[in-house]
Design a protein around this ligand. Sequence first.
Ligand code: ADP
Length: 475
Amino acid sequence: MHRFHPLLALQLRDHLGISGDPPDDLRAFLDAVNRAYARRDQDQNELEAILEQRTRELLTANQELRALVGDMESRVKERTRLYAEVNDRLVREAAQRKRAEAKYRGIFENSAEGMFQSTMNGRLVSANPAMAHMLGYATPEELISAVNDLGADLYARAEDRDRYLDALLREGRVASFEAEFHHNDGTLRWGRLTAVLVRDAADRPLHIEGTCADVSGRKEFELALRAAKEKAEELSRLKSNLLSMVSHELRTPLTSILGYSKIITRQFDKVLPLLGANAGSIRATERILANLSIIHVEARRLTELINNVLDLAKLESGSVEWRMESVSLEEVLAHSLDATRVLFRERGLALDSAVATDVPPVLGDRDRLVQVCINLLSNAAKFSDQGTVRCCVTREGGMVCVSVADQGVGIPGDALDSVFAKFKQVDDTLTGRPRGTGLGLSICKEIVEQHGGSISVQSTPGLGSTFRVTLPVHR
Ligand code: ADP
């Protein structure tokens, strides 16, 4: 085997990059070469694997980067779109605000109602032309410079402004606050203020904004109305006093007239036998007795009239004391029938009454309800010459109804509405003389309406009349 020169062997070792002993013969050299190749192939493979790995990593990184860039781009696009939208909106809003400002300025300038803005310590910040004119100034500027202190310069009574400020601080707003103001012409005018208190972000009062209308005309009317009402009340008091005075003055002699006419009639029984059978004296006595009867009847009618006039005056002036309680109309009707039975007997009339089983009580003044029923029953007796008078108590939903139906003279259609009016009496064509006072039904109406009920009549002349009273059920 050929051996290499040691120097060559060293050179070959370095050339082949071998560590350790250099190849000393060709075989060793070839082995070393092969090993070197094998090592190089292995290194190359490893390098290629690393390269492939790196390339993959680079590709992934590149993809991620692209995704990131894409994401960034779409975000930028979205932001740009949003900014454009916001910008458009702001431009639109600014234009709208401008239009609104112009509109509100127009309203402020042209309003017929006074508008103002004032500070808490009583200075006017702004006012519209209507406000200036209302207070007698040519322009808002003139008004603003003339008023240094609203309380002292404009309000007729400074305490009104204090009340107004108190209400504003308490409620945050005032509505329809009325006060008197100094007009520039030296007179006083009534104004109606509606205002709100404007506060800052820290809730501190900033200023007041409001409107003011001149209500002097209405106020004068109200004051005149109040004066007229007071006058009317005074007159009504006078009327009541006069009525009770007159009634007292009339009732006392009437009691004497009634009493003495009765006594004289009775005393005639003793005088008559003394007169003997003289025809002239008998005729004279009969005439005296007939006249005495007229005096008696008329005195009774006058007493009834006075009582009715007084009762109606009391009802109309609201000075009646109502004793309201739960009342059974069945019992009221029974009591009224007992009180009037004699009238029906006297006039030969039949009486019939029917009460439904399920009738609840009403809330009322028992005696006054008896008064209504007695009046309706007396009328039925008074205005009937024959037939039956039928009384019913029924329930109609939330109401209880009492009806009194007669078969008497009836009431003509054109007089039906007026029978409840004061002093209204349907003409009595038979006798030409009134049979009552014409106040009974007016009194009934007042009483029934005071109970929240109603009274009505249906009638056919010649066949009879039905009066109905309805009252709410007592719950
Ligand atoms: P008065 O009976 O005292 O005259 P009212 O106010 O009770 O007064 O009645 C007013 C009028 O209504 C009566 O005068 C009469 O003409 C008429 N009137 C009342 N009730 C009846 C009745 N039941 N039938 C016919 N007419 C009646």
